[in-house]
Ligand binder design. Structure first.
Ligand code: NAG
Ligand code: NAG
Ligand code: NAG
Length: 653
């Protein structure tokens, strides 16, 4: 969910340059400064808090000092200084400039709202609902209220923590914050990390589910490199810097979030424990985990290890894992965009390039060619369900096959290759772009798995049908459509537990569908008449790949606790108007049906003639259609795998 909201915000923000406004809260008295503000849709407003204990809370015009249901709320921000703002800020984004936003401070101790501590954004300057009228109304309003849970809502509350700014320190090291607050660690030279431990075992990672920024070597202060994490609840969290060179943790470079203030598990007790902890400190092998690293606003989702490459940390163009923007501001990752030849101006020749393995990320060569890299906004949640993990492994395997097939074909089609000249260069470039998109898709899926410390299975040895251009194209079409089918199926399977994965998967369907249309044209078919975006149970799609394109895999897939399954091969020796014949290993006399798999999960069944193996094609089916043989008719798509005797296979009707 956060994924789509994030990309949307990015797209809107880049269309028109959004402005950033700053408002002080409680500086020089009970007031917001400025008290009124004009802001455009997409603008952000950051509130800075001063002594003593204020909030920014949205009300309606008619009921000042009372929270508007679902409105903005910063939570209370207690702070000491009247002159220096709190490290905690609250930022909101204006969605609709035509609707005024009315705000107040909800502090009842001193009746701040009734004393005039209110603010308006985009208030009318004439008529009845002016800011002045709102101030007057607030004066006689009943005692202020605040949202009952006390937690920030509608914007983001953030606390800034300096890492290594003045020696081996986190400032503050004793973070007291509300759940939902974003803790933003700002890195200073030279090479620090923020890693979660348990209270009892400082200087060592807490294990699965813990956060880690990875080692962040930076040269400048400020560096523009941040690690952000969201506080999930009120439980204490303990963290340390894992730098072994100088034993930072054992030197007291540790901190806490919402530590008890008394008893045995205080921050002071944790610091003492850390000082006595045996070196060396260790940190998880992959980073970032449980949070997000940004370098001047660009999200780096995975370092291919646990150290931020220093050329990235120190102001060289990111070398791995992020996409150059190419001036294409619609690019919110995942290259839903590029269908045709991509920008290749910075690409080295293909011959000096190798295809990355799953888990190796995608370098600039592929990001440029694909017209975009992996997502910039992930919306990580705390856990990835086992179902999603299993299906992403399956997806990764098929995508790796696609990348390998396209890459080998592309090399043959490029200058110096055996097939050079068979297609016009625009088509060759397009196939290059598809290859790169497949690489980005594998990098994206690998990044998700890595983030959650799930294994990334090594590549299989593939059987690539590269005898002729036609055999390549036909295989690509089949695998591509099987993968589209699997992606739609997987999206449904993960939608409940891991909804943020869905847009990542469905964006890939977009680029694959366009490729399918182009392939149909290259095969002298009409491009767009066939129902292409058709769900195929992922486990059947994988069986299809196993049967046709796998030499061997280093390990088998597990899907929902069961080992991968391979159904018997189905072939279709003849296709005539209105009928096909099928061939498969089946028991003689067993009732059999062909299920035609259509869009929207629709299936139509036709019986297989026991002797001739002729099957009538139901009315209205045309184009590329996946079929399977079953021993029962009328079965629904989600139970199909229980009744399959052979297949699937793709037929052109
Ligand atoms: C800040 O004010 C709120 C609302 O009155 C109150 O619940 C909270 O305890 C106060 N915090 C501090 C530290 O005074
Ligand atoms: C940062 O520290 C880590 C851990 O000691 C080390 O592996 C890495 O090489 C360091 N990087 C730089 C650029 O110093
Ligand atoms: C971030 O941007 C600032 C200002 O443009 C620059 O000085 C700094 O080097 C950048 N940092 C990185 C890591 O790119």
């Amino acid at each position: 969910m956060r994924f789509s909201a994030g990309s949307l915000a990015l797209a809107t923000a880049s269309a028109v340059q959004a402005a950033h406004h700053t408002v002080t809260v409680g500086k020089g008295g009970l007031r917001f400064d400025p008290p009124t503000l004009t802001a455009a849709a997409g603008d952000t407003i950051t509130y800075q808090f001063f002594a003593r204990n204020h909030s920014v809370t949205q009300s309606s015009f008619n009921e000042p000092c009372q929270p508007l249901s679902g409105g903005f709320f910063s939570g209370f921000v207690p702070t000491e200084s009247p002159d220096v703002s709190s490290r905690t800020t609250f930022t909101i984004t204006v969605q609709d400039a035509t609707r005024p936003i009315w705000l107040y401070c909800g502090q009842t101790n001193g009746n701040h709202c009734q004393s005039g501590m209110v603010q308006a954004i985009n208030a009318p300057t004439t008529g009845e609902n002016t800011f002045q009228a709102f101030v007057e109304k607030a004066k006689t309003a009943p005692t202020s209220k605040s949202p009952a849970d006390g937690l920030p809502n509608g914007g983001h509350r953030e606390i800034l923590v300096d890492v290594g700014k003045n020696g081996l320190t986190f400032e503050p090291n004793n973070i007291v914050e509300l759940p939902r607050t974003r803790v933003r660690f700002s890195f200073n030279p030279r090479n620090h990390s923020v890693v979660q431990s348990s209270f009892d075992n400082p200087c060592q990672p807490i294990g699965p589910g813990g956060f880690s920024s990875g080692h962040i070597p930076v040269a400048n202060s400020p560096s523009g490199v941040f690690f952000d994490l969201i506080i999930p609840d009120t439980k204490p969290l303990w963290f340390y810097c894992g730098q072994t060179n100088g034993n930072h943790c054992q030197s007291g470079m540790v901190g806490s979030i919402n530590a008890p203030t008394s008893g045995e598990r205080t921050l002071a007790a944790f610091i003492n424990k850390a000082k006595a902890a045996p070196p060396p400190s260790t940190i998880p092998a992959f980073a970032p985990l449980g949070g997000t690293v940004t370098v001047n606003g660009t999200v780096l989702h995975v370092f291919n290890g646990n150290t931020l490459p220093s050329q990235v940390a120190n102001n060289n163009p990111p070398a791995t894992s992020t996409a150059p923007n190419n001036g294409n501001n619609n690019n919110n990752g995942n290259n839903g965009g590029a269908a045709g030849p991509a920008q290749t101006k910075t690409s080295p020749p293909a011959s000096s390039q190798t295809l990355p393995q799953p888990g190796q990320g995608a370098d600039d060569y592929f990001a440029n060619k694909a017209g975009g890299g992996t997502p910039k906004h992930w919306g990580w949640t705390e856990k990835l369900s086992d179902t999603a993990s299993d299906f992403l492994q399956l997806h990764l395997r098929i995508e790796d096959l696609i990348a390998n097939l396209l890459w080998e074909a592309y090399l043959k089609l490029e200058k110096g290759g055996a097939w050079h000249g068979v297609y016009p260069q625009t088509i060759v470039d397009t196939i290059g772009a598809w290859t790169a998109q497949a690489v980005i898709h594998t990098a994206t899926t690998s990044a998700v798995l890595e983030h959650y410390q799930k294994p990334i299975l090594s590549s299989c040895k593939w059987k690539l049908p590269l005898d002729t251009v036609d055999s390549f194209l036909s295989a690509y079409n089949k695998i591509n459509l099987a993968q589209i089918g699997a992606l739609i199926d997987i999206s449904g399977q993960v939608a409940t537990a891991d909804p943020w994965v869905v847009p990542i998967l469905l964006t890939q369907v977009g680029s694959k569908s366009r490729a399918a249309g182009v392939v149909n044209m290259m095969q002298n078919h009409m491009a767009s008449i066939s129902p292409r975006e058709v769900a195929v149970p992922a486990i059947l799609a994988w069986s299809y790949v196993l049967n046709n394109y796998v030499e061997n895999c280093p390990s088998a897939l597990t899907i929902e606790g069961e080992k991968e399954k391979k159904w018997p091969v189905l072939t279709v020796p003849t296709v005539k108007p209105g009928e096909i014949t099928v061939k498969y290993d089946g028991k003689a006399g067993e009732a059999a049906f062909v299920a035609f798999i259509g869009p929207y999960g629709e299936l139509e069944y036709s019986s297989v003639d026991d002797k001739s193996k002729i099957v009538k094609v139901p009315e209205g089916w045309s184009g590329d259609v996946f079929i399977v043989v079953t021993n029962k008719a009328g079965v629904k798509l989600d139970e199909l795998e229980d009744f399959v005797i052979a297949g699937p296979e793709l037929v052109w009707l």
